[in-house]
Design a protein around this ligand. Structure first.
Ligand code: ADP
Length: 625
């Protein structure tokens, strides 16, 4: 037997490690299994080079819980360790890096793996750890290393006869759940689902059919419960995969989701290594955006589903897997952001996604249009937040009009430029965000031959602003805004039917009728088929309020300001209202026309609405038969 002291200056490092790693206690399993996988891969490499002699045999890694003995064993058939290596790797190396880790990254204990700290995570759940190991090397003697969580260790001769390493964890009282099959199954599913070496957790029952026809019988047998898929889809070549394979894999990752819309298979080996599959989920509603659905792997070991630094923010709503051994995980988060690899990876993914979208658009426009309701928000978001992406996809961004037709930005410009250019040479884009509420405005605009876009997504406010800013010649006006000015094409002249004093008297009438209104009243000679009274909301003011509300700045509900536009050319105004002699009847009609305008805007509610209805009923009953 040999005794020794672990070479480390810090008197007792374990309590510190425990404390640091506490929140992520369960990762000990990932770390120990990764080590087992590494040891197995190393053996395969050595064998292929002829350094390790003989048959390798079954290399399955076993996870063996034992509730009575209160242990959890992780057993591999990898290269094993000699007595010397045990001392070297399990003591000095790991400890010096543990110390380094603690000194450097005191505030950032998120990333433990890949730092030579993996093995020591065992002490988060065990009071005592034994490493029973036999090296692949000829003449190697089996040894058993043990340590009870202080800086002293023991190495004894072992009886082990088969090659490889067994890590025996003597579980502490508060870690007994790691001896439960269910808990282990859950953790293995999370961290080890796609490891390249089979991982076995006990046995499971399987039904097999024997014989033919009448003779056929079902029999239950016990088979090894292998929890991982050692050859996951993203590692295969796209040419050997069918659409169904991609969909099945998606279902394997996200069992309760609807089918993805499409996907991108990533595969690059220069200037960094990266494989993976990214899926476009079907977004059922505007707010149904789920983040943390991209899983980051390093050589098939699950690392995290927090990929903020690696994937640009707007791409976070994609689902799938990214696997890259080149992403440096042994450094702090802030460093990661500045890392040139990481930036390249992020740029590469952005480029791939943009290319995929452009391909879909070019190859199958109808299919692309059909998917637009699901992907539009996402693309607009990317368009707004990432210059490179914007540049790449700007030809595939679609605008949808109220007739359900789709146009690219350029196509749309071409379509409306002749008819909707205003006096200042700006192309006026009319849009509505609530088709139902704006029905009368939309109808009126269409009758005049104007086109109206549907812009009903939360993101459209920003999108509109961006388009106006980028394409200097666009002005967006919501269909209920002060649009009437702009609707008049430069060469259209509208005759004034009323004299100035007549216009004045209409204005006075309305000022009098609506005396407590804070809103502006304007009498304008519009085309005679434009409604007699209209309520318009200045585009600029409305957008400001909306922006403030989006940012949560609204100070209570501000009263909505609008302009009441009276069309002095409308026959009801010019020929009837103006000419009425009975003052009370005139005021009543003026009010009624205003209420109709409010009614069409869902602005007439409560007592006002009741009065309006009663008023009308009275009038009808008074009308002579
Ligand atoms: P890292 O794996 O990052 O090097 P660890 O603390 O996890 O750090 O392990 C330290 C070293 O111990 C490893 O580099 C490896 O040489 C050795 N080791 C750990 N587990 C095993 C194992 N199951 N089989 C063989 N060697 C192992």
């Amino acid at each position: 037997m040999e005794k020794g002291q672990i070479t480390v200056n810090t008197e007792n490092i374990f309590p510190i490690i425990k404390q640091f790693l506490y929140s992520e206690q369960e990762i000990f399993l990932r770390e120990l299994i990764s080590n087992a996988v590494d040891a197995t891969s190393k053996l395969k490499t050595l064998s292929s080079k002829g350094v390790a002699k003989g048959e390798l045999g079954d290399l399955t890694i076993e996870i063996i819980p034992n509730k009575e003995a209160r242990t959890l064993t992780i057993k591999d058939k990898g290269i094993g360790l000699t007595s010397e290596e045990t001392k070297k790797y399990l003591n000095q190396v790991a400890f010096s890096s543990a110390q380094e880790f603690l000194e450097k990254y005191k505030d950032d204990a998120n990333i433990i793996g890949h730092f030579g700290l993996g093995f020591y995570s065992a002490f988060m759940v065990a009071d005592k750890v034994e490493v029973n190991t036999l090296s692949y090397q000829e003449d190697a003697e089996p040894v058993i290393w043990s340590c009870t969580g202080d800086t002293n260790f023991e190495i004894n001769a072992s009886e082990k006869t088969d090659r490889g390493t067994e890590i025996i964890l003597h579980l502490s009282d508060d870690a007994m759940q790691y001896a439960e099959d269910d808990k282990l199954q859950e953790l293995l599913n999370k961290y080890c689902k796609f490891l390249p070496v089979p991982i076995k957790l006990g046995m499971k029952k399987k039904t097999i059919s024997e014989g033919e026809g009448e003779e056929k019988t079902d029999r239950e047998i016990e088979v090894a419960n292998i929890i991982n898929n050692t050859n996951p889809l993203w590692k295969k070549s796209p040419s050997e995969l069918s659409e169904q394979d991609y969909i099945n894999f998606y279902k394997e990752l996200y069992p309760y989701s609807s089918d993805p819309l499409f996907w991108i298979h990533l595969n690059i080996d220069y200037p960094f290594n990266l494989t993976g599959v990214l899926y476009f989920p079907k977004i059922e509603t505007n707010f149904d955006i789920q983040k943390n659905k991209i899983h980051l792997y390093s050589n098939q070991v699950f690392v995290t589903d927090d990929v903020k630094e690696i994937v640009p923010e707007f791409l976070m709503l994609l689902h799938g897997v990214i696997d890259s051994p080149d992403i440096p995980l042994n450094v702090s988060r802030s460093y990661l952001q500045a890392d040139s690899h990481v930036r390249k990876i992020s740029g590469y993914i952005t480029k791939k996604v943009a290319e995929k979208l452009n391909d879909l658009f070019k190859q199958d426009r109808a299919g692309f249009e059909a998917k637009w309701p699901d992907i539009g928000t996402f693309i607009k978001y990317g368009y707004l937040s990432d210059d490179k992406f914007e540049e790449k996809v700007s030809g595939s961004i679609l605008l949808k009009n109220t007739d359900g037709q789709y146009f690219t930005i350029d196509e749309y410009k071409e379509k409306i430029k002749d008819n909707q250019t205003d006096k200042d040479g700006k192309i006026t884009v009319l849009y509505s965000n609530v088709l139902n509420d704006h029905h009368s405005y939309i109808q009126a605009a269409k009758t005049k031959g104007y086109d109206v876009l549907e812009m009903d997504q939360v993101i459209d406010n920003h999108f509109i602003q961006h388009l106006e800013y980028k394409k200097g010649d666009f002005v967006f006006k919501r269909i209920d805004s002060d649009v009437t000015d702009h609707l008049i094409s430069s060469d259209e002249t509208i005759p004034e039917l009323l004299t100035e004093s007549e216009i004045k008297s209409i204005e006075e009438l309305y000022k009098n009728v609506l005396k407590d209104s804070m809103n502006k009243i304007e009498v304008k000679p519009l085309s005679s088929d434009v409604q007699p009274v209209q309520i318009v909301k200045p585009e600029f003011m409305r957008r400001m309020t909306e922006m403030q509300m989006l940012q949560g700045h609204s100070m209570g509900k501000m009263p909505e300001m609008y302009t009441i536009v009276i069309n002095s050319n409308h026959p009801l105004i010019a020929n009837k209202l103006l000419k009425m002699e009975d003052n009370a009847a005139q005021e009543n009609m003026a009010k009624n026309l205003y209420d109709l305008a409010r009614l069409s805007q869902q602005m007439l509610t409560g007592a006002d609405l009741t009065n309006f209805i009663n008023n009308n009923l009275v009038q009808m009953s008074e009308t002579s038969i």
